[in-house]
Design a binder for this molecule. Structure first.
Ligand code: C2E
Ligand code: MG
Ligand code: MG
Ligand code: MG
Length: 286
């Protein structure tokens, strides 16, 4: 059905969830093999300036197509990677791969990479990022690291120190999925974020006119303005959601309306994207 396609064709895996420990261990082996045999890939999803309709960056999203089970969503296999002790290896590959791709993009266009809490704890992330920037020549300001509030749970001093070190050289820190879970305004003072991404449940709710969602989105946007932090609305699926988030003053929009995550080989250039989308045409006409 359309809904299943909307989840990225993951329906098969959801029915076939790993049932026992043996099965889980075999998945750990499979993901280890995937890393060494080009079985992992990054897909890229556009991020649009809400005022100009222009493409300002792309988020890199990790994909794994299991040889037998088919595509498995990252929400499900990232924990497997972490349990298998492979998160540093795979996370490093993601950072290097995304930087190597983004260096081919025009001008100031940014690439956003997701980084999990486990990936940040312990040494290494700062060196990996510095190495990737140095070897590709990507300007630090073109790289965004997306983290969720989960990085604050353990109160890990070394995590915050590594992030601060990267921020100090110009890498942009982004707080992902804001509003979901236990998101606290207090987290925004714990690190120097350049951007907050508003979770898609609030984007959807605000566009549906749910009063609580609208109030929360307004509060997040007011707070972000006060802190001089940029904002992106996640999961924008239709014109109405785009129009509402734009009217509320959200800086950027991301979602299926503007493009699904696609392999690097399928990326279309900035002008094509601007021309393709009615929303972007409308924005340009203003
Ligand atoms: P996220 O960082 O919040 O990424 C956004 C998710 O929303 C992606 O799911 C994307 O495909 C999906 N999405 C985008 N537009 C829409 C829309 O209009 N509607 C709906 N319903 N969904 C939309 P995906 O690719 O399945 O990734 C899920 C999560 O897995 C990500 O959430 C991120 O937390 C994690 N992840 C993805 N790639 C990586 C990675 O390389 N490393 C780590 N550590 N985590 C990753
Ligand atoms: Mg993200
Ligand atoms: Mg998100
Ligand atoms: Mg998420």
């Amino acid at each position: 059905s359309g809904k299943e396609a909307g989840r990225g064709g993951y329906a098969f895996f959801e029915q076939q969830m790993y049932v026992d420990a043996e099965d889980y261990r075999s998945l750990e082996n499979d993901v280890r093999n995937a890393l060494s045999s080009d079985g992992l890939a990054l897909h890229y999803q556009p991020i649009i300036d809400s005022r100009t309709g222009k493409l300002v960056g792309r988020e890199a999203l990790l994909r794994w197509s299991h040889p037998v089970r088919g595509p498995i969503p990252p929400d499900q296999f990232v924990p497997i990677i972490e349990d298998a002790g492979l998160i540093h290896q795979i996370g490093d590959w993601v950072i290097r791969e995304a930087c190597s791709e983004a260096i081919h993009w025009p001008g100031e266009m940014r690439v956003a990479v997701n980084v999990s809490a486990a990936q940040l704890s312990g040494p290494g992330i700062a060196e990996t990022v510095l190495g990737a920037l140095a070897s590709t020549g990507l300007a630090p300001g073109r790289l965004e690291l997306e983290v969720t509030e989960s990085i604050f749970i353990g109160d890990d001093v070394s995590t915050l120190a590594a992030l601060e070190r990267l921020r100090a050289i110009g890498v942009r820190l982004v707080l992902d999925d804001f509003g979901k879970g236990y998101s606290s305004f207090g987290y925004l003072s714990r690190a120097h974020f350049s951007k907050i991404k508003i979770d898609r449940s609030f984007v959807h709710g605000a566009a549906e006119g749910e009063r609580d969602c609208s109030a929360i989105v307004r509060a997040i946007l007011a707070l972000a303005r006060g802190l001089s932090v940029e904002t992106t609305a996640e999961g924008v699926e239709n014109e109405r959601e785009a129009a509402v988030m734009r009217a509320l003053g959200c800086d950027q929009l991301q979602g299926y309306l503007f493009g699904r995550p696609v392999p690097a080989t399928d990326l279309i250039d900035e002008q094509d994207l601007v021309d393709l989308h009615p929303f972007s045409r409308a924005a340009r006409a203003l």
